[in-house]
Design a protein. Structure first.
Length: 455
């Protein structure tokens, strides 16, 4: 049985959506939270949503994930047997994942495959397989990449391949849109800007948790302690700020390969009583850390959006950030101070923010930010993209090959060979494992799922 297409006279029917990424719960980050919140809001809007991700292996049972799991509101997650190569990004499998992916798509009768994050090999494979099967595909980019270094050149070519036959693209900021359009040679009209959001009900102010700002100023740094987040800048900024302002203390939460650098800085300048290291902070404890501060410091070298700034301002903190990527688009100027990614500029920005942090209005800022960003608005705008692409005609194989052929004199031919082989594998799977047999298994699977949820 073929997947039911969306007809123009039923534009309000339930959609069946598959979110795909290597990065999902139990890992916590901007991409993971975006998918989780988007899925929950789409479920509330009456749609069917599943997630396909890789295996999560850990020493504790709470972090181990393989097989089918159910999370909040019955969101079905397929933790597929994909080997993690680096930082949870799976190893490319080319075509070996296709049979399992096809089985999942047919069982769940998916209308749209929505991939998230450029660095996820699983996304690129699933988008290719979905388009081969005639399923509509949407891609959301969450990061910025350069044009000159070796890694960026390779990832940009992969993006050109994947997005040559994509139905629509979403980015989280206008800066990210410009970056992706230039990297993948896209038509700007094919790219929509839908920002991230924050569940403001979980990030409320608590002025009593922070010390009197007239006596002591707490500056919070809460991020992964890695190079991209500007920790090399932070370890130079902190001693200068402490020397200049005796009443300033730093609270640093997070973990990463730059943590040793922070510990060495604290030891070198004897700042043990003024720099508090919390280590990795569970997401449900982030708000409790933020409300202890008056200023939130973001030293990122590249950032497409930065949800952490929204969370901090929602908790009533004044933000100081490097002027990079899409960060200037996030908040009005009375809530944030910008600096170039340089030590002296950051120190001066913090110096300007300290007097302002002594006269904050946390609840006013919280209510203001709450009306700016909302996950239900993000889900509604994303749904509009889904319904738009479902009304577009299905391209024949020859037209798809033409698009790939235009990717370059050599790359175009390789891309066409890869797509043709993918199409051949799909036809073989259709012959060996007919879709009708997979659909029969769907009814049994749905009944067992309901039974498990009821228990």
């Amino acid at each position: 049985m073929a997947v039911e297409p969306l007809s123009q006279d039923r534009s309000d029917r339930q959609l069946r959506i598959c979110l795909v990424s290597d990065f999902f719960y139990p890992r916590i980050g901007g991409v993971e939270l975006h998918q989780y919140q988007l899925a929950q809001c789409l479920l509330q809007r009456g749609h069917k949503v599943i997630v396909i991700t890789g295996t999560y292996a850990g020493r504790e049972s709470a972090t181990e994930r393989q097989g089918v799991r159910y999370v909040t509101n019955g969101l079905k997650v397929y933790y597929c047997p994909q080997m993690s190569l680096y930082n949870q990004a799976s190893m490319p499998t080319l075509y070996t994942f296709f049979p399992l992916f096809r089985n999942i798509i047919l069982r769940e009768r998916i209308d749209i495959v929505h991939g998230h994050q450029t660095t996820s090999a699983l996304v690129h494979e699933c988008v290719l397989h979905a388009r081969t099967m005639g399923i509509k595909a949407v891609f959301t980019d969450h990061s910025l990449f350069g044009f000159a270094n070796t890694a960026a050149i390779h990832i940009n070519k992969v993006m050109k391949f994947t997005l040559s036959d994509i139905d629509h693209v979403i980015t989280v900021s206008h800066c990210s849109k410009e970056n992706l359009v230039l990297r993948a040679f896209l038509d700007p009209q094919q790219v929509a800007v839908i920002p991230n959001a924050v569940d403001m009900s979980k990030f409320t102010p608590n002025p009593s948790a922070a010390p009197n700002p007239k006596e002591r100023i707490n500056i919070v740094i809460l991020s992964r302690l890695v190079y991209r987040k500007g920790l090399d800048l932070a370890v130079e900024v902190i001693p200068k700020v402490c020397a200049r302002f005796p009443n300033v203390h730093f609270i640093i939460g997070g973990d990463g390969n730059k943590r040793l650098l922070v510990e060495e800085m604290r030891e070198k300048y004897q700042l043990h009583d003024r720099v508090e290291l919390l280590g990795a902070v569970p997401h449900d404890e982030v708000r409790n850390v933020l409300v202890r501060g008056h200023i939130f410091l973001n030293c990122s070298l590249t950032e497409a959006f930065c949800i952490a700034i929204l969370e901090a301002v929602s908790c009533g903190l004044f933000a100081v950030s490097t002027r990079v990527g899409g960060v200037p688009e996030i908040l009005p100027r009375h809530m944030i101070r910008f600096a170039d990614p340089a030590v002296d500029d950051l120190v001066e920005a913090i110096a300007d923010a300290i007097p302002l942090a002594q006269d904050l209005k946390p609840w006013e800022w919280h209510n203001e930010v709450k009306h700016m960003y909302n996950w239900h608005d993000v889900a509604e705008r994303t749904e509009r993209v889904y319904r738009k692409v479902l009304l577009t005609p299905r391209l024949p194989l020859i037209e798809r090959l033409r698009k790939y052929y235009e990717c370059g004199p050599w790359a175009g031919k390789l891309f066409c060979m890869a797509v043709a082989l993918d199409h051949l594998i799909w036809r073989m799977l259709e012959w060996i494992f007919p879709a009708d047999e997979v659909d029969i298994a769907l009814e049994t699977d749905a009944l067992s799922a309901e039974h498990r949820l009821a228990m």
